[in-house]
Ligand binder design. Structure first.
Ligand SMILES: [Zn+2]
Length: 345
């Protein structure tokens, strides 16, 4: 009888401790706003309401300020209604125009890009990933992003100052043992990367933000290639969207050193999609917070935005976090800077 009582008291203490420790998981950087530059909300109003509720949960649970999102569309609504999104998102979501397959040519005439910019779209999201994911067997199309037929679009963007928003170039190429886990042909991967390099060589004045760290983040030597690209082309930047779950594939110190060295060129992103059930909001707040913990702490974090693999925290310095979380996004997207000022006024 006595032992049952002790067990109950012990369980109660355990429960109280566990609850308290969850409530105490606060960011050490409550004053740094965070901008997610890689989201796919489209123009779904319920989804937008959910984003705002995730923002509230992050504030309540973790004292985190997730201030804004850049909406890259979702392939279904390539030109989300900017005004609708801005209003439903209470000024916290800015939209891009998008094309989710460059392999059959760009949907927008290069001559029309300026008018989209004038309507307030902050960038042009281009998906130029592995050709096998878009082109059918035997279909010719434009498998690589350096095809001359695609070049007038890049030339127009460069001329008018339209940002290449989170352009997608390849898929994750893992180390030996996982080299074909996320793509069928790791050798072909380099054709995609090198084709993109040709585009970079042709357009030194076009601001590129390359999605998913250009998918050159899954092997230590790939990070050196990324250093080479960023070192060679000052107009190139990368976002972190969907990369966190791969951080265990590379050496923590290498990744940390890369982030510190290129802090001016890295932007936070999650690759968040849309969902209709508000019951999922808590889960999304948790996923965001795990990414923040990976960047901010030296703890091993169980899971990231996608997946449950334990990831070692990078404990990045505060000035590096500020750049990755919001300063770079405000510098590269002037409309974001303007909007940030108006929502914090
Ligand atoms: Zn994405």
């Amino acid at each position: 009888m006595k032992s049952i009582l002790y067990f109950r008291i012990f369980s109660l203490i355990f429960l109280i401790t566990a609850t308290t420790s969850t409530a105490q998981e606060l960011t050490a950087h409550p004053n740094i706003p965070r901008i997610d530059v890689h989201s796919h909300i489209g123009q779904d109003e319920q989804g937008i309401a959910n984003y705002l509720l995730v923002r509230e949960r992050l504030k309540e649970l973790h004292n985190v300020d997730l201030a804004m999102w850049i909406n890259l569309g979702n392939g279904k609504t390539p030109f989300p209604d900017q005004d609708l999104v801005l209003k439903a998102g209470q000024g916290r979501i800015l939209s891009c125009i998008s094309d989710y397959s460059s392999h059959d040519g760009f949907d927008i005439d290069p001559g029309e890009l300026k008018s989209w910019m004038q309507k307030g779209y902050v960038g042009y999201k281009i998906w130029a990933g592995p050709p096998h994911r878009r082109l059918k067997e035997g279909e010719e199309g434009y498998p690589y992003i350096d095809h001359p037929a695609l070049d007038p679009t890049f030339a127009a963007m460069e001329k008018i100052g339209m940002v290449a928003a989170s352009i997608h170039i390849a898929d994750p190429n893992g180390p030996w043992g996982k080299r074909t886990k996320w793509l069928p042909d790791p050798v072909e991967y380099w054709k995609e990367i090198l084709a993109f390099r040709h585009v970079l060589e042709r357009h030194p004045d076009l601001t590129f933000i390359v999605a998913h760290c250009m998918w050159a983040i899954c092997q230590d030597a790939q990070i050196d290639y990324l250093r080479n690209v960023l070192g060679t082309f000052p107009n190139v930047h990368v976002d972190l969207a969907a990369t966190f779950q791969y951080f265990d594939l590379v050496t923590r110190e290498n990744l940390r050193s890369f982030m510190i060295e290129y802090a001016d060129r890295i932007l936070f992103g999650a690759d968040i999609g849309r969902w209709s059930d508000p019951a999922q909001n808590e889960n999304y707040a948790k996923r965001y917070f795990r990414c923040f913990q990976i960047l901010e702490t030296d703890q091993t974090i169980n899971g990231s935005f996608f997946g449950d693999a334990p990831i070692e925290g990078l404990a990045l310095p505060e000035d590096v976090l500020e750049k990755i979380y919001f300063k770079n996004a405000m510098r590269l997207y002037p409309a974001v800077a303007e909007q940030m000022k108006s929502i914090t006024r």
